[in-house]
Structure formats: C-alpha cells, structure tokens
Design a protein around this ligand. Sequence first.
Ligand SMILES: [Zn+2]
Length: 310
Amino acid sequence: MDDLYYDFTMNKRPKNKRNKILFIIFLIVVISVVSFSTYLGIEYAKSNAKTQENIENGSNSETTPESKNDNLSNEEIKSIPKRIPIYTEAGIEKMNNVYSSTPENKRVFLTFDDGPSSNITPLILDVLKANDVKATFFTLGSRVVQNPELVKREYEEGHYIANHGYSHVYSSIYASKNTLLDEYNRTEEAIRSAIEVPEYSSHLFRFPGGSVGGKYNKVKKEYKKLLAENQVFYVDWNCLNEDASGNRTKEQLVQYIKEYSENKNSLVVLMHDAGDKILTYETLQEVIDYYKENGYTFCNFYDVIEYEEK
Ligand SMILES: [Zn+2]
C-alpha cells in the first residue's frame, strides 16, 4: 500500500508539474501564433496600401492617360464625336452669305493658311484653346504629311480642317483642271490619314493666292465650276492682318485687323500659321480680345457647312 501510495503521490507531483509545463508551452504557442498572425495581417495591409498608392500615383506599370497627352486624356478624345462635313443645299446658301450678317449677330471666322508648321501651329493652338475659340485651318497637303499629329490635334480640339492644295506652287496647281483636282484630292487623303478618320471630307477649298485676280484669273473661273461639280465649297476672305506681306511690325498687324474689320458684321479673317509667322502668334491674343470687346462671336466653318457626327 505504502508503495502504492508512495507511487501514487510520487507520480502525482510530477504529473502536476508536467501539466503546468505543458500549459505554459501551450500558452507560449498560442501567444506566438496570435502575435505572428497579427504581424502577418499588418504586413498584408501595408503592402495593399502601397499597391493602391502606386496605382493612384500612376507608377504601377501602366501610365495614366493624362501623362500621355498634355492636352486631352484618351478618354476625352474617345468621347469627342467625329464631325464629317457634308455638301448640302443649305450649306450652299449659307456659304453664299458668308460675308453678311446683322449688327446684332456680328461674327468672325479666324482662318489660318499654309500650315501646319511644327513651331508656330502649336503656339496658335494654345492661344485658341486658352480662349475657347474654334478656328479653320486651310492646310497644305505637303505640310500635313510632315506634321500629321498637329492636324490631328487641330481636329480633336474642334477646329475645321480645310484644303489649300498640296504644293502652293501656282504654276503646278493651276496648270489644268486635272492638276487642281489632283492637288485637292491628295491633300484630302493626307488629312484623312493624319486625323485617322477614313470617311472625312473637308468639302472646303481656298485658292492659293485667292479665287480672283492674278495671272491665273481666267482658269480660276473654270475651276470654281469644277469644284462645285465635285461638291467642294471655296472661300476667300474679307479681312486680313497682312502677315504675308513681310516686314510688318506687331502693331501694324493689329492695326490692319482693325481697319479691315470696320463696319463689317461678318468677317472671314486671313492669317497664316506657316513657320515664319511668329508675329501672327504674338498678336493673336490682342486680335481675339479686340473681337471680344467689339461683340463678335467666333465661328468656324462647322457653323456654315453641315456635318454628320460619328
Ligand atoms: Zn497660301
């Protein structure tokens, strides 16, 4: 019995001790597991936050649309409907009256010929954009193929893209009906390719040197009929800054604008965005301010020629 008892008591004590040790080990394990899980959870949350931050900052693999284009985001460009001009009877009538309006509806069409140029056209576009003015660009095919991205920018910013022939060499473009049509068509093709709108057709031509006068006056009369047969409008101008005349000062350019604008309710203003027309850019804000102060509404040829939206 004693032995048994002894054994029992002897066994009992170490058993209690062992349980205590086991309990302590159990506690340590539980605390470790809980601590480790908590640590893992915090680390996971941290890494999640970091990924989110990277996405928001645009540093995670894909760049944000804004960083690809300073002017319009890709989403904004996609949301702009593509305007496709069409040749209609209503358009013919409005074009015939392009130089007339009432004193209550004074309007001005700013037009730029001979571009695009890599140095001047972007500056002019910046001024137009800052003032929310939509203009018309009579582009040269030979320059459209050199700076297609600028024509695309003009189009996407709501300006009207029109046709000023391909070469601007009078003896080439006015050689025959075929050469005139060929230059017109090659420029249309260059515009379509630049703006990436295969169905675009400007339907609007401006004769290099104007539609009247000069050595080619006689053939120009025939070419006007030819254009109409091919559903193409043409337009000259009734106001200009004389930026093509050379050796002008900024003050003179603005002064010409004011003189030619006097007593006219509908103005088609001839200017140029060729590479040497820095003064046209430098005076553009003043010209725009002058028309604003005198109550003119800015128009482009989308206000006259009808169009479809796609
Ligand atoms: Zn020209």
